[in-house]
Design a protein around this ligand. Structure first.
Ligand code: TEU
Length: 538
């Protein structure tokens, strides 16, 4: 397997508006991120993924871009961004930017022109039809919006304020490539490509048999031609890292995006876990890991993550955020950093931050949740019941501000935060985590350090010994004659694990564990609740 910096990287995702507010306006900002770069560096992560900070009316928190060449006021300005890049590089770290090219804001001048008349030169930059089909969008009951100026409907895969670009039009593609080069020429290190599996649309937009199954929004023919062209015209001319957001793909389909010999993207996020596995389901999870490993290994590269700004915090959704919060957060980290693929840390995960339940819909900001709430209540459903049904997966679970200390507003801002702070900040915060040698934070540091030293964790072949076990997950990673064994007891009670013969033939040495006092030499491992261990097999 070819070695590259991005395979060995540990990525830290910064949802800047919730990270650190340097000027008291209630929004995190780029200057705030700059002030916390040492914190991220000290953790050991070496690539930062920055959520979109381009100019935007902010209907979907920056994913509705109205000017690709400017920085949003809330975030700062181009000068701050350039200083940020410089400061990141000074620390031997890299910066990748989130980029949205499936759609723009409805306030983007391209769309303002496009909607102004049927014969405007930009008309065909977006997708216009006389009649809608029966598709839903991610955020609304119809993917089409009627525009009375010209009496036609335009297509939007997400909010009404996010019209989809027409990728069939070569002028659109050239304009996007030019803009990509503008950013890359500034020296940044790559892109997280938003909703990239949606670029191609089917001819004629036929109705879907089941309009609620929105898989029809993704993976249409033509998509890979666009990605190949993008690579040829832009990506391959820079030493960068690209990761595409690719929903609803099988591993075989996923490989097409990342196969090294195809030259499209470097890696992908598939969402078989986050979109399709609502709660912890060990057998299914193991199967997903194995299938992706088998399809990609030696050919293309995967990512490992269980949460981000769209998906509820992992210790709440897939672990235990109560009695075993610390152990559980550490176990999930151990798993993500030892499974095949580049691991991602979503800000706050490293201190075991949890999801949140706000009492009222008014406390929420997430456009996906608010639209769904309105849609369901309009059908006559009980508002309280609707709220409760939407809370567990609301995107705001992950978007509450970073908890820096136990002072007012968790040390995030001196003003009024744009979204409420999780009330548990008094006990869960960075200050506490830095002071406690057993904290989740310090465990992450050790784990990341280990990944730098033990390249088996990056390049090793993967073998799962517990495919049918509901609680214990035990697997090895082997590379250049070195072998690691990872054993995880992902549950609230203790379990024994008897090592299979294949794993007992050699000595074993414990390299990392999330309990303090493991002293076991026999072949039966007594695993405590949410216990995680990494052994070297000699
Ligand atoms: O998300 C795209 C998207 O499809 C997610 O909404 C979905 O939950 C999933 O995780 C993939 O199937 C991206 C951004 O991450 C999100 O914040 C934006 O709202 C969206 O695109 C629109 O730009």
């Amino acid at each position: 397997m070819k070695k590259t910096w991005w395979k060995e990287a540990v990525v830290y995702q910064v949802y800047w508006r919730s990270f650190y507010d340097s000027d008291g306006d209630g929004y995190g900002d780029l200057q705030g991120l700059m002030e916390k770069l040492d914190y991220i560096q000290h953790l050991g992560a070496n690539v930062i993924w920055l959520n979109p900070c381009y100019q935007s009316p902010d209907k979907d928190n920056g994913y509705d871009i109205s000017d690709y060449y400017q920085i949003m006021d809330k975030a700062g300005n181009m000068k701050t961004w350039e200083t940020l890049l410089h400061e990141v590089h000074k620390r031997d770290m890299k910066l990748i930017m989130d980029l949205v090219v499936n759609h723009t804001s409805d306030q983007h001048p391209w769309f303002l022109e496009s909607r102004s008349s049927k014969d405007n030169p930009k008309r065909d930059w977006y997708i216009w039809r006389d009649k809608p089909n029966n598709w839903r969008s991610y955020f609304t009951p119809s993917a089409w919006e009627f525009d009375k100026t010209t009496g036609q409907y335009y297509f939007h895969s997400f909010a009404i304020e996010q019209p989809d670009l027409n990728w069939k039009n070569p002028e659109v593609r050239e304009a996007i490539y030019e803009m990509m080069r503008f950013w890359l020429d500034k020296g940044m290190d790559g892109f997280r490509l938003d909703a990239i599996a949606l670029l191609a649309k089917p001819d004629g937009f036929p109705d879907a048999a089941n309009p609620n199954d929105i898989r029809y929004l993704t993976n249409h023919p033509g998509l890979h031609d666009y990605l190949k062209e993008m690579n040829e015209k832009v990506f391959r001319h820079y030493d960068i890292f690209t990761v595409g957001e690719v929903a609803f793909v099988t591993p075989e389909e996923g490989l097409k995006y990342v196969a090294e010999d195809r030259q499209e993207l470097h890696t992908l996020f598939h969402f078989e876990v986050c979109d399709e596995m609502p709660s912890w389901d060990p057998l299914r999870f193991k199967q997903i890991q194995k299938r992706w490993y088998e399809a990609l290994w030696g050919k293309g590269w995967n990512s490992q993550f269980l949460n981000n700004h769209d998906h509820t915090r992992q210790v709440t959704r897939y672990g235990n955020d109560q009695e075993y919060r610390m152990e559980s957060a550490k176990l999930l980290a151990t798993m993500l950093h030892t499974l095949p693929g580049t691991p991602y840390i979503y800000q706050g995960e490293e201190i075991g931050m949890t999801g949140v339940r706000f009492p009222s819909i008014e406390d929420y900001n997430d456009i996906a949740m608010k639209n769904k709430y309105a849609e369901e209540v309009a059908k006559g459903r009980d508002p309280q019941e609707v709220l409760e049904s939407l809370q567990p997966l609301s995107r705001d679970n992950s978007r509450t501000p970073m908890q820096w200390d136990d002072s007012e507003q968790a040390g995030f801002t001196t003003g009024m935060p744009w979204i409420k702070i999780n009330p548990n900040y008094k006990t869960i915060n960075v200050k506490q985590a830095l002071a406690d040698p057993n904290s989740v934070y310090h465990y992450y540091r050790k784990l990341i350090q280990l990944r730098k030293e033990r390249l088996e964790m990056v390049y090793g072949t993967f073998c799962d010994y517990t495919e049918n076990e509901p609680y214990i997950y035990a697997y090895t990673r082997e590379w250049e004659g070195q072998r690691l064994l990872v054993v995880l007891n992902h549950c609230d009670h203790a379990n024994h694990y008897e090592l299979p013969k294949a794993l007992t033939a050699t000595n074993r040495q414990l390299l990392l564990n999330n309990y303090q006092d493991v002293q076991e030499t026999g072949n039966i491992l007594h695993m405590r609740p949410h216990e995680a261990r990494i052994y070297e097999l000699e």
